[in-house]
Ligand binder design. Structure first.
Ligand code: LLP
Length: 451
């Protein structure tokens, strides 16, 4: 969506770190409203924070739709949104409406996607340790694809579809042969955080191509009468900026795949997004083109469905977290701590991965940010950092609404109730309206599981 006026008008800062957050870190519809404040989807964020309270997750619905459409255009039928990045019923419905399949990696994600009304044949079930009941549920509802991750899982699946229980009709009505893909690890190391690297041989995911386990798994799946082996899957890691890594992986996987004569090759997700000023990432089209070229070079037939399952690149920049500044503590000669009303319970990524973010004040999004501060949360531990090296305008004050952009992926989905902090609401904004799609937790919600 075109911006009517740029969200941010960078002046000529003497220190480049004082520049306001770059437009590429903000949602597509972000713009400066008539009062000089940031609006997203035509909604003034300061007003929204006043109405709904903070912390608050705000998503630009147009941005979400634009990214889904780009993914669909780049990859075609079968491209799946990786729901682990952010899932609620409204998101599942939106991705489905925009023509994406949904990748679910647990029985819980499967449940949410089904309860949103997504047709089961548009679901892809993942997981390195799917339980028998998760598999049984997938068979019962008829999920479109199951990505098999281990020999144990193949055996479990075999028992469910071919076993005596099925013959007696008591293991759930398996009305069709489930379509399966075999997940392989190509032995590619990508330069991303160790915890989100998955393509290397030393991984809990998939079957190693180098050890021969991948070929063995394919042979075993082919011999199982109860399942239909349709393809190969690989995912090399997350927050990958370099299209060259995807290309390299696609060539290696493509060479393994080509002689098998299968119909589908899924290259996983992993496309990176910029989180801070100065970072640049490729788009869906570039990623898809590089992957498709590499597959052709590797001999993958042109009629093979080569597709992907992006998560972060669909939702990260669409989302933003609004907090309120509650306490400012200046420690002379050391640093200034700015405490906000959320923290590691709504965004554990800084603690888990040392991830960096920008911070700014939606009341003046284009303001220079000369003040170096550390934005911290309200949790009872020192590691509870929201933005370790933040910059703020000189006039920030207690009571200000503070925003951290690019929190749409793996923020709400990894949120917790640490210190019994209720999870914030999630709101979608579009065409001047805000709709709460997940309400905020109440104090009583904190007691709902107690018996
Ligand atoms: N497909 C598979 C099999 C995956 O394991 C993942 C992510 C994706 C697709 C989606 O990847 P994406 O496009 O979102 O990079 N919590 C971490 C990220 C963990 C990613 C896990 N798998 C973070 O906050 O950075």
């Amino acid at each position: 969506m075109a911006r009517r006026s740029p969200a941010v008008r960078p002046g000529p800062p003497s220190d480049p770190r004082s520049a306001p957050p770059e437009p590429r870190l903000l949602p597509d519809t972000a713009e400066v409203g008539p009062r000089g404040r940031l609006t997203v989807g035509g909604v003034d964020l300061v007003d929204l924070a006043g109405e709904l309270g903070t912390p608050l997750f705000v998503y630009d619905e147009a941005h979400l739709r634009n990214r889904c459409r780009e993914a669909r255009a780049a990859w075609g039928e079968g491209v799946a949104y990786a729901t682990k990045a952010f899932l609620c019923r409204a998101m599942a419905v939106l991705a489905h409406e925009e023509g994406m399949y949904l990748d679910v990696s647990t029985g819980g994600e499967l449940h949410v996607a089904l309860s949103a009304g997504v047709p089961p044949e548009h679901l892809v079930l993942h997981g390195n340790n799917k339980s028998e009941s998760e598999l049984a549920r997938a068979l019962e509802v008829g999920v479109g694809r199951i990505v098999v991750d281990s020999f144990d899982e193949l055996a479990r699946l075999g028992r469910l579809v071919d076993g005596p229980e099925h013959a007696r009709g008591s293991a759930g009505p398996t009305r069709h042969r489930p379509r399966v893909l075999v997940r392989v690890t190509p032995g590619v190391e990508v330069h991303t955080h160790e915890y989100v690297r998955t393509g290397q041989a030393d991984s809990k995911f998939g079957f190693s191509m180098l050890s021969g386990a991948a070929a063995e798994a394919v042979a075993a799946a082919e011999l199982m009468p109860g399942v239909e082996l349709v393809g190969i899957h690989a995912h090399i890691g997350s927050q990958v900026f370099d299209v060259g890594h995807f290309e390299q992986a696609a060539e290696i996987i493509g060479r393994f795949f080509a002689p098998l004569g299968l119909a589908e090759l899924v290259v996983g997700g992993g496309l990176g997004v910029p989180y801070v000023n100065g970072e640049v990432a490729p788009g869906q089209a570039e990623w898809a083109a590089a992957t498709h070229d590499a597959c052709r070079r590797a001999g993958v037939a042109p009629d093979v469905r080569v597709t992907a399952e992006p998560g972060r690149s669909i939702v990260a920049t669409a989302g933003m977290t609004l907090y309120t500044v509650g306490t400012v503590k200046e420690i002379p000669g050391i640093r200034t701590y700015v405490s906000v009303d959320g923290g590691m319970s709504d965004n554990p990524r800084p603690v888990l991965y040392g991830s960096g973010y920008e911070a700014f004040l939606p009341r003046e999004p284009g303001a220079l940010r000369p003040r170096p501060v550390r934005v911290v949360g309200k949790h009872c531990e020192s590691g509870d950092v929201v933005v370790a090296e933040a910059r703020l305008p000189a006039d920030f004050a207690v009571g200000d609404v503070l925003a951290t952009p690019v929190t749409g992926a793996y923020g709400y989905s990894m949120a917790s109730n640490y210190n019994k902090v209720p999870r914030p609401p999630v709101v979608f904004v579009a065409t001047g309206r805000a709709r709460v799609v997940v309400r905020g937790e109440t104090l009583d919600d904190l007691l709902r599981l107690e018996v």
